[in-house]
Design a protein around this ligand. Sequence first.
Ligand SMILES: Nc1ncnc2c1ncn2[C@@H]1O[C@H](COP(=O)(O)OP(=O)(O)OP(=O)(O)O)[C@@H](O)[C@H]1O
Length: 228
Amino acid sequence: MSKPHLRLSGVHRHYGEGERLVRVLEAADLTVESGELVALVAPSGAGKSTLLHLCGLLESPQSGEIEIVGQPTSRLGDRARTQLRRSTVGYVYQFHHLLPEFTALENVVMPQLIAGVEQKAAEARAMELLDLLGVAPRASHRPAELSGGEQQRIAIARAAANHPRVILADEPTGNLDPETSDLVFEALKDLIKNEGAAALIATHNHDLARRADRIVTLKGGLVVPHTL
Ligand SMILES: Nc1ncnc2c1ncn2[C@@H]1O[C@H](COP(=O)(O)OP(=O)(O)OP(=O)(O)O)[C@@H](O)[C@H]1O
């Protein structure tokens, strides 16, 4: 069998020391397979952002191993981590962070040019994603000319532009009304299935979490299965 796209084993992450010590993760394990969408539901302060940052190689654990597409990361230097993150991880945030002076298409083309993809191929990939997410007719619009749901779908297309094997999303619908949240979540789900990426999505929206393949929460420093 092929290696899981994302695997955490025995991960410890704490902040501060002495009286200010906050133990967030203690020997946490998590595996997400290709094409699997896992919802992360936990109270404020439980460690959702910490877990996503660790999975996205934006933070390092004090101990334990994080493997991305079978590649252990604990011994990588800064440059190799950054390189692996750029080539394998896509991040979607609560707020879209699109570049305001560029069109929707250009926002999706940009990360590909940075990764060395040729302009024509980058544009073709961007159009393919905008089409998949149902926002192709808005390709030449600037972010300010788009609705919140459209902006967020462009941000998802941007995160997926370089074929990430792992997609991480921190409250991707937190800023949207319920109907638009539904639309954006379904678009994200279609994308994950279509691209065979492994996805971990933190959300407070229980209706959406129930539509994931599996729900996990954080308890006693562990990642554990959850039902809503
Ligand atoms: N850089 C840091 N320094 C010290 N403590 C931190 C740091 N980052 C996070 N923490 C602590 O770790 C715990 C988990 O924080 P985290 O942001 O991961 O929670 P969260 O579940 O994402 O919360 P929310 O839903 O409110 O965004 C919190 O108690 C927080 O105070």
